[in-house]
Write a protein that binds this ligand. Sequence first.
Ligand code: C2E
Ligand code: MG
Ligand code: MG
Ligand code: MG
Length: 283
Amino acid sequence: KDSGKDNFRFYTPSMNEVFSRHMLLEKGLREALKNNELELYYQPKIHIITGQVVGFEALIRWNHPYLGLVSPAEFIPLAEETGLIIPIGKWVLRSACLQARIWQQQGYSFVKMAVNLSVVQFQDEGLISEIIRVLAETGLAHDSLELEITEGISIDDNQSFLAKLIELKALGIRISIDDFGKGYSSLSYLQKLPIDTLKIDKSFIQGMTSEKGIDLVEAILTIGHQLNLTIVAEGVEEPSQLEMLRRLGCDELQGYLFSKPIPAEAVEEKLIELGQIKYLEHH
Ligand code: C2E
Ligand code: MG
Ligand code: MG
Ligand code: MG
């Protein structure tokens, strides 16, 4: 029998490559939730005038047993394709609201929590009742939650999506358009969708090295403010960007200049570093 040799050949690296990363990830993602491989990191948002932390954005992390840390930019699309975004999204929402409530009770009354929501989650008929349930069970106030929405396809003519946004907004939950200006997000959203906040995509912040780039950010701020929206700049890395955004009158900032996304345990130290709290309040 040759099976020993066959088995040996089966396990050579070249054959392993047949099992693509994509397949490994898809298979692993099904187990990730119940195996506790998912974690939320938190990135602060800073008020541009006071310099105070006004809230956090929850960003998911996946620690894969063999592949290590996998970026959400890679596995969220996969979760959307497979429908796994529904249970994963529920877990994110619940965990982030619970964490926000814990911080508020710890004395960080300023903490608002932003959660990224995939448009695929809006196809789930149970989405709104789930959000209401999570807020009730965690005790988080409706206006402490903001939903950040980025779309892969045009959404402004989707009636059921629009109806759900209107319902969420009526519940007092805040709605934010993420990565504004990039991809499919368009000016028609500003007219049709009931939104509170625009997050200027980080490519526009990086583009502020030219006159044109600065003019473009200024134009977005003018339009947004005319419509009474709060404008957040994402991807702020340089003090020069902070200075320019302050001159242009942007409202809130997010980026590595202040903090990378960090685990919950690191947030207290970060708040001290940012001058938001002066001492360890609960030790
Ligand atoms: P996003 O919501 O636009 O989040 C901003 C991304 O930019 C995050 O990447 C963040 O780590 C990164 N970032 C923040 N500050 C800076 C900076 O100063 N410079 C640079 N270069 N990058 C910065 P991350 O965490 O890898 O997330 C990527 C995307 O994955 C998110 O983009 C969001 O669309 C999606 N995502 C993350 N968590 C979730 C989630 O829980 N649910 C859903 N549906 N999507 C999520
Ligand atoms: Mg976001
Ligand atoms: Mg964004
Ligand atoms: Mg983005």
